[in-house]
Each structure stands twice: as C-alpha cells, then as structure tokens.
Design a protein around this ligand. Structure first.
Ligand code: PPS
Length: 304
C-alpha cells in the first residue's frame, strides 16, 4: 500500500493528543516511549549522518537540502518518497498502522541519513563510537516557540498547546516535548568541537542559503558544481518546498495535520515572534533568556 493509502487507513478513532512523559530526565510525547529502549540501543553505522534539531528549528528544510546534496542536486530522485521515509525520525512512532522511525531506518540502504530531536546527552552512544557526522540546526528561541505553538495546534497527535499565553509559559519552563530549548541548543553547542558536528543556524540559512548549503556540502565531502548548488537553493526555497508534496506535509490526512488550523510549512521567516509576543511577554522572555543563556557564549539573531 502507498504511504498515502496507509495513512488513509489509520483508524481515526485511535487518533488523540499525546500526553508528555518523562524519560531519562526529559519530557517527550508518549509515542516516543514505545521504542525508547530500542532507540537507546540503536546501532549506528560509521557512514550514518544524523540531522539533529530541537523541534521546529528547520529540520525538514535541512533534510531536503541534505537529500539533494547526497543526490547531486537531482530533484527527481528526491521525489522518490516523502521526506519522513527518505530521512526517518529515529525516536518517533507514528499512529498505528504506521511504522516506527527505527523500522524505517532498518529499511534504508547505507549511507543513511537520520532525523532526531534528541538532546545531546540522549543520542544513542553508538553514533559517537562510530564517529558519525552530525548536522545540528538551531533557531532563535522566540521564532522556535511560535513555530512550535502553531505546530501543536495543527498536529492533532501532539500535546495540547493551550492558548499562546499558556504555551509561552510551558516553553520557557521546558515543559514541552524534547524538553528545554535552552538546554538543547547549549549542550549541542558545548559538544560541537568534541565530535564531527556541524552547528548551523536557521537565521543564517535564511540570510544566505547558498553559503549554508555550500557549508553542508563541504561537511558531507561533496564537491558540487555552482549550477548544482544554485539548483539546490532553488528547490529548497520556502515557496518551492511549500508546493512540493514530498515535503509539505499535505499527504498527512486532516485528522492528524489539521490544515484548517495551520500548515506544516507555515511562514518560514525570521521575526514572526513580533506578531505574537506582547510587550510584557517580550520583557519577561528577555529577562528569563539572559539568565538561562548566561553560562553559554552561544548567540542568536532574532531578526535579520
Ligand atoms: S519538525 O516538525 O520539528 O520537523 O519541524 P521543522 O521542519 O524543524 O520546522 C518547521 C519550521 O521550518 C520552516 N521551514 C522553512 N523555513 C524556511 N525555508 C524553508 N525551505 C523551510 N522549510 C520549512 C517551517 O515553515 C516551520 O517554521 P514556521 O515558522 O512555523 O513557518
């Protein structure tokens, strides 16, 4: 059965919003619990590439860029399957009868690219033992928060976000899936020179996608012609991705992705937080942010 067929055969009645569960000190949506022990024992291969992000930091964008780079800019090859099959989400388990990220990874031929939102300390040890390459993408906390809020509103298997005010408070307290944004970005930053980690920023990708795509290609050891790079820039622009059925999430049925609420590829900009944060929220956020980030030299841009 096609992926679409499988999705359509989902039992609508079984679809419900997940609760958060605490595992190894970090909160996750319940489905992650199902394969957690296996994820911890996951055996990475030396040529596995991990794409790691905090949720809503630009994962899908980076996945599509990576797949195009690995396929020498051949956009037709990247139409072979939806992005979640080409680069599976390691720790996630879709609603039945869909498979888990681990099952999807097992079906891939090496070299494999794998998506994760895990904080650094919970990445399966074998990735470090095998000296795997990792691309980490971070996004400024304010836009990340806004994007996460809209995603939880529209994705009906995510925890209930509540009002923007309620989600705002949960986000800054780290009471959301995959835990604290602050801990996530800081710990990956602290580790970036101890492993083969390329640490990127969403804002840099928006500012100069060509420069960042070249960085990724170099990191992956791919020497691509300038025309190929330009093609990849073109295919991974927000507007092109929004109309690409292999990445835009429109294949996911409305009882999971309620597109009447929001789309998966929503705005794709830097600075949308200004349309959401009140003056008081911004002041509270800035004060809290300074405290949380005072032990790191990591710097973000909140506008371009
Ligand atoms: S997920 O569900 O965690 O994998 O989501 P993720 O892909 O990390 O993040 C989704 C946000 O990334 C934006 N996006 C893009 N921005 C710019 N250019 C391109 N090509 C692009 N593709 C995805 C997407 O729109 C989400 O951000 P918001 O701010 O909600 O629009």
């Amino acid at each position: 059965m096609s992926e679409e067929g499988v999705l359509k055969s989902c039992n609508v009645e079984s679809i419900r919003r997940a609760e958060l569960v605490l595992m190894d000190g970090v909160l996750f949506p319940e489905p992650v619990q199902k394969t957690w022990d296996q994820v911890k024992r996951f055996q990475a291969l030396p040529d596995d590439l991990l794409i790691a992000t905090y949720p809503k930091a630009g994962t899908t964008w980076t996945q599509e860029i990576v797949d195009l780079i690995l396929n020498d800019g051949d956009a037709d090859k990247c139409q072979r399957a939806p992005i979640y099959d080409r680069i599976p989400f390691m720790e996630y388990v879709e609603p039945p009868p869909l498979s888990s990220g681990l099952q999807q990874i097992a079906a891939l031929k090496p070299p494999r690219a794998i998506k994760t939102h895990l904080p650094f300390q919970l990445v399966p040890q074998s990735f470090w033992e095998q000296n795997c390459k990792v691309i980490y993408v971070a996004r400024n906390a304010k836009d990340n928060l806004v994007s996460y809020y809209h995603f939880e509103r529209m994705c009906l298997v995510e925890p209930e976000p509540g009002t923007f005010e309620e989600f705002f408070m949960k986000f800054i307290a780290g009471r959301v899936g995959w835990g604290s944004w602050y801990d996530h970005v800081k710990e990956w930053w602290a580790q970036k020179d101890k492993h083969r980690i390329l640490y990127l920023f969403y804002e840099d990708m928006k500012e100069d996608p060509e420069r960042e795509i070249k960085k990724i290609a170099r990191f992956l050891g791919k020497d691509l012609q300038p025309e190929t790079i330009s093609k990849i820039v073109h295919h991974t622009s927000f507007d092109k991705m929004k109309e690409n059925p292999m990445v835009n999430g429109l294949d996911i049925p409305d009882f999971i992705f309620d597109t009447s609420v929001s789309t998966f590829l929503r705005k794709g900009v830097v600075g949308d937080w200004k349309n959401h944060f009140s003056v008081a929220q911004n002041e509270l956020f800035n004060k809290h942010y300074l405290q949380k980030m005072s032990d790191s030299c990591l710097q973000f841009r909140f506008q371009l």
